[in-house]
Design a protein. Structure first.
Length: 181
């Protein structure tokens, strides 16, 4: 990865906050090109066989999240959930590691349960299956979404709760969304 253009030269590889969670080691892996929540089997010999690319849902105190199965020589099978990729938003290793620690804390905090997104996901599945009509004013497959009013850089400067961080609110225009908090 040395000369790949998606690398942030201000960052290094660092494993943050790994701890035992069920039958896995749970933590966040920070690299110059991504930040992922990682689940590594506690006992590799006893780990179930997974297909690389398979998606599994894991339920944490803050809710259910999709993880992608992978395999790496020397590590074996693992599951990962992307937080950031690429990593150009981070100007230092210290900020990246602090973000990783906060993301892990938020994942394990039941105060961050996102029932709104869960309900929305169920509604979207019903719309896709044709069980429910699409709400008026929403986009169809041939429509293009309008650009947000604020840039990502501007939204990153605004204060954000752990719940909004996990919900990905940084990627939406905060002036048009009300969090209800």
């Amino acid at each position: 990865m040395a000369d790949v253009p998606v690398l942030n030269p201000a960052l290094a590889v660092h494993a943050t906050g790994f701890r035992r969670w069920n039958d896995y080691w749970l933590g966040v892996l920070v690299t110059p090109w991504f930040m992922n929540v990682m689940l590594l089997p506690v006992a590799a010999a006893e780990a179930e066989s997974v297909r690389v690319g398979e998606i599994r849902q894991f339920v944490f105190p803050s809710g259910q999240y999709d993880f992608v199965a992978g395999h790496e020589e020397g590590i074996g099978d693992y599951f990962s959930c992307s937080l950031f990729s690429p990593m150009f938003e981070f100007d230092s290793q210290e900020v990246a590691e602090l973000t990783a620690a906060e993301a892990l804390a938020a994942l394990l905090d039941e105060a961050n349960v996102d029932t709104e997104s869960s309900a929305r996901a169920t509604e979207i599945k019903q719309i896709w299956k044709g069980e429910k009509p699409r709400p008026a004013g929403t986009m169809g497959a041939d429509e293009v979404a309008p650009l947000p009013h604020k840039t990502l850089g501007e939204r990153m400067q605004a204060p954000q709760s752990r719940r909004d961080f996990l919900r990905g609110r940084i990627f939406s225009d905060s002036d048009t969304e009300k969090t209800g908090e």
